[in-house]
Design a protein around this ligand. Structure first.
Ligand code: IMO
Ligand code: MG
Length: 422
């Protein structure tokens, strides 16, 4: 491990970042989440026990690892406390959890605003997770947000009252339930008492660790094509889940970063609305969904499924400077007889590898597929890439050949042990 290694999503989220993070964090002194909030859902399976993480870095399950919620994260204290209690109930400790005093806090009006905004978009819905993510980032940038430091030091009442007063004006117009400031203040004072001991200046903490040659793992949430700048705007989340967000969301300078792993699946999926060129809105997509259990960890929504798109992957490689790929669900795709791989787009009768998130551009592109043999059989016990069946090797080699980034991890099943480290 370098001083700081990073794990990022390459497509539309849900690539199985949790699995790679779980493996890498076993050697990390610090595991940090930098962006997003409880719109993320990272599930990992340990000894047959399933854990779903939304906010806390999953590195918390390793005894020696400090888990940090960075300044770029938005925190719903209710969800955070539930997650902490759940970890404790499963026999693990949350002693090593640290929360940035600069992380912004989600309040009930953010969640209600998220729902209202979706309703107002009518037919142009984004399909958000309705967790208040967009509205809390709006407040952060409008400079009226409340941060964890103010929350736990109980210096938030005045600002909160003003915010609630303003939001209620809007809720009144649309006949939404009004937020009761006294009730929210009472509730959040209780959260503050519970969380106070965990809130610190995480930036200093991390830099002290870097100076002591400690290893840091940055756990990306969401993914490249959901990025507010690089994703398919407006069908994106309200943060930068790409490499830049790692720096601004943690306070770690770029010079400390070593490996940047891009996680993907051997096929693709997307939740919510927005363009998706290799989507298979047919029997194939349905089959992939069932085989890969492609239902949301956060919202339980069925995910849209399709083939792997290497044009989009090249784009993710480019904007993040990926140094390695982690490819999950190779076992899943291997259950099909035939597999397709998008190796280019046809646009105006020409072949291109240029990706754009522009809807009009994509509307004029048609995926070009190569077909591969499936039927990989049971690969869950393969421990090296060499041991994989020929069909799997051919498929993976082709991905590497086109994208020109080495595959470093291969997911061969759901369990912690079902992974090849190349
Ligand atoms: P992980 O970390 C998949 C999607 C939502 C919606 C859009 C905006 O599990 O990969 P938001 O609530 O963020 O304002 O919704 O972004 N989205 C995700 N999709 N995985 C995620 O996280 C996601 N986080 C947000 O479905 O389309
Ligand atoms: Mg998810």
């Amino acid at each position: 491990m370098n001083k700081v290694d990073v794990v990022l999503g390459s497509f539309y989220g849900d690539e199985g970042k949790g699995k790679i993070i779980d493996y890498l964090s076993q050697n990390a002194d610090i595991s940090v989440r930098c962006t997003g909030g409880n719109n993320a859902g990272h599930s990992i399976e340990i000894d047959g026990k399933k854990f779903a993480f939304h906010l806390i870095p999953s590195g918390i399950l390793n005894k020696g690892t400090t888990a940090i919620i960075g300044n770029g994260v938005v925190v719903d204290p209710k969800v955070l406390i539930e997650e902490m209690e759940n970890i404790k109930a499963n026999g693990y400790s949350v002693e090593n959890l640290k929360i940035s005093d600069k992380a912004h806090v989600i309040f009930p009006y953010h969640v209600q605003m998220d729902k209202l905004q979706e309703e107002l978009r009518k037919r142009d819905k984004i399909g958000t997770t309705a967790r208040g993510i967009g509205p809390v980032y709006c407040d952060k940038f409008e400079r009226c947000g409340i941060r964890m430091g103010e929350l736990v030091n109980k210096k938030f009442e005045k600002n909160l009252r003003r915010n609630i007063e303003n939001k209620n004006e809007l809720f009144k117009i649309y006949n939404y339930e009004l937020i009761d400031a006294d009730e929210v203040i009472k509730q959040y004072n209780e959260y503050a008492d519970y969380l106070k001991e965990y809130v610190v200046d995480t930036i200093t903490l991390m830099h002290n660790a870097i100076n002591q040659d400690k290893k840091i793992l940055c756990e990306g949430a969401q993914a490249t094509l959901l990025d507010i700048d690089f994703g398919s705007y407006p069908y994106v989340t309200s943060s930068n889940p790409t490499i830049g967000g790692i720096c601004t969301g943690s306070g770690i300078g770029a010079k400390y970063i070593g490996e940047v792993y891009g996680v993907l699946k051997a096929y693709s999926s997307r939740v919510g609305e927005g363009p998706y060129l290799t989507e298979q809105n047919n029997d194939i997509g349905d089959t992939i969904r069932e085989l890969g259990h492609e239902y949301g960890t956060t919202t339980k929504r069925p995910r849209r499924c399709g083939w792997l798109d290497l044009v989009a992957l090249k784009y993710a490689t480019m904007v993040n400077g990926l140094t390695g790929l982690a490819i999950n669900h190779v076992d899943t795709i291997g259950k099909l007889d035939k597999i397709k791989l998008c190796v280019g787009y046809k646009k105006d009768e020409k072949v291109t590898m240029d990706f754009s998130t522009d809807e009009e551009y994509l509307a004029n592109c048609e995926p070009i597929y190569e077909e591969f043999e499936g039927n990989f059989g049971d690969i869950s016990n393969c421990k090296t890439r060499e041991e994989l069946p020929e069909n799997a090797k051919v498929y993976l080699n082709r991905i590497e050949e086109i994208v020109k980034v080495p595959i470093k991890f291969i997911g061969t099943g759901a369990g912690r042990e079902n992974m090849i480290v190349c």
